[in-house]
Structures are given as structure tokens and as C-alpha cells.
Write a protein that binds this ligand. Sequence first.
Ligand code: ZN
Length: 288
Amino acid sequence: MTRFAPSPTGYLHLGHVRSAIEGWRAARDSGGRFLLRLEDIDQTRCRDEYSEAILEDLSWLGLTWDGPVRKQSEHFDDYRDALDRLEAMGVLYPCFCTRKEIQEEIARAGGAPHALSGPPYPGTCRGLDRRLREEKQLSGIDYALRLDLARALALTGLLDWVEEEEGGPHRKPADPAPLGDVVLARKDVPTSYHLAVTVDDASQGVTLVTRGEDLAAATHVHRVLQALLDLPTPRYHHHELLTDPSGRRLSKRDHALTIRSMRECGIGPTEIIARAVSRENASGPARR
Ligand SMILES: [Zn+2]
């Protein structure tokens, strides 16, 4: 059981097709099922128009999925339940810091706030006393709920997962420390990417997660959440990302590489899929 899980914040481009193909092929090769999930928890950025376009583009490409499409926005109760369980374990705490305060705190500690992936949250609010926490939460100001990673790891012990690599399956130890105390929910939204993905993969019975290597770091913390919530661990395959000729990864900025615009230019599904799985650069003349 594999899945493709795009966010409907724009049109599908070649990079998405690469991810979809990885999951689709793995499912079709093994007689398994290929599921589709729309990761639309950020209601300010997601649009129904894009959701519809994603389904249409995938169908046109022949990347058909099995069963109903799961929309994360329809499952907030599931995430709230998971959050309540984590809360009961004492591995969550509210964080009242603004983005700016977090950067200042990291700078004070000698970190580099502008590093590419960024240093983890410095833990400013981890030690707030209970009374102050409750006062602040009741005052109506915004806050996020963060995972207390040290407490979580004390409960889970050492963890690992099976990564499907070119040369075969390989056990990878989970090292979530570089991500630190990640945000699992916000005052008004009972989930974040990390929590929703972990809960959904288990609810949907996903046994192989295929996704871009940019999300490999997140897997370390997803593994911790699986252990805390007593959920099964899928196998993972993190595939390389498509880049443009200058080596930059494809993104929504690359309008010419959306499936829509390629289709308008008369490029057919077979060629789009060939480009998506090619090791050459996705756009422009292939470099040899
Ligand atoms: Zn904080």
C-alpha cells in the first residue's frame, strides 16, 4: 500500500509526478494499492480548484488511484484524538514565541538563524511553570503545541526504520534531535504536517511511503510519533528531487513545468512520465 500526498496549493509539476510515479509503480509492481491523499490542513493556502486539478492531471497521466481520496481537512477529529493522547503522556507543551523571538533566542545562543534548514527551536517555553502556561493559554494569545523531544525519547528509547535504497532495504537509526521540539498543532488547528502525516499513513494502512529526499529529515520525528502513538511503521523510500539546469529543485515557481502547461504545449503523458523519472535535469536540454 503506497500513497501520493500532494498539497492543493498549486498545480502539479514534474517534481510531483516523480513522487506519484514512485508510489504508483511500487504499488503496481507488487500488486498493491496506490492511495491518494490531499494534504490540505492549511486552509489559507489550499484551494478546491487545485484539488480538482490534481485529480484531473493524475487521471490524464494515467496514474489512477485506488479507493476514495482522503482529505486531511475532513479528519481534524483524528488528529485531535492523537494530540490528546500525546498530551496525556506529558510530551507536549505550549510555545508562545513568535518567529522573531525564536530567531533572536537562537542568535543569542550563538546559532545561525538563517541556516538553510535552520537550527531547532531553542526550547524557550519548555520550562514555563504550569500556572504561567495556563494563564497565557487562557489569555487568548496565539500559541503552538510542541513535542517535548527529550521526554518523548525517554518513553520510546532508540528507534529505527527500513529505508528502501537502490541496493535494497537498509535499517536507518532515527535521529530526531536536529529537528528538535517540532510544532504538532496550533491554537486553532489541531495538527501540523508531522502529526497529520503520521496519523494518516497509519489510518490508510500505508506500508511503503515514497516521497522526496527533502522530507527525509521529517521521517526521524515521524518515527518517534509512531512509537508514542503505537502506530505501525511503514517502510520508506526517499527519492532524489528533480532540479532545473542550474541545480535548483523544481517548485511552484516553475510554471512551464506544470502538467497543465506541458499539456497545453502538446506534450503527452508518456513523455511527461519519462521526463519525471529521468535522472537528467527535468527542463531544458539533457546534460550528458
Ligand atoms: Zn516558545
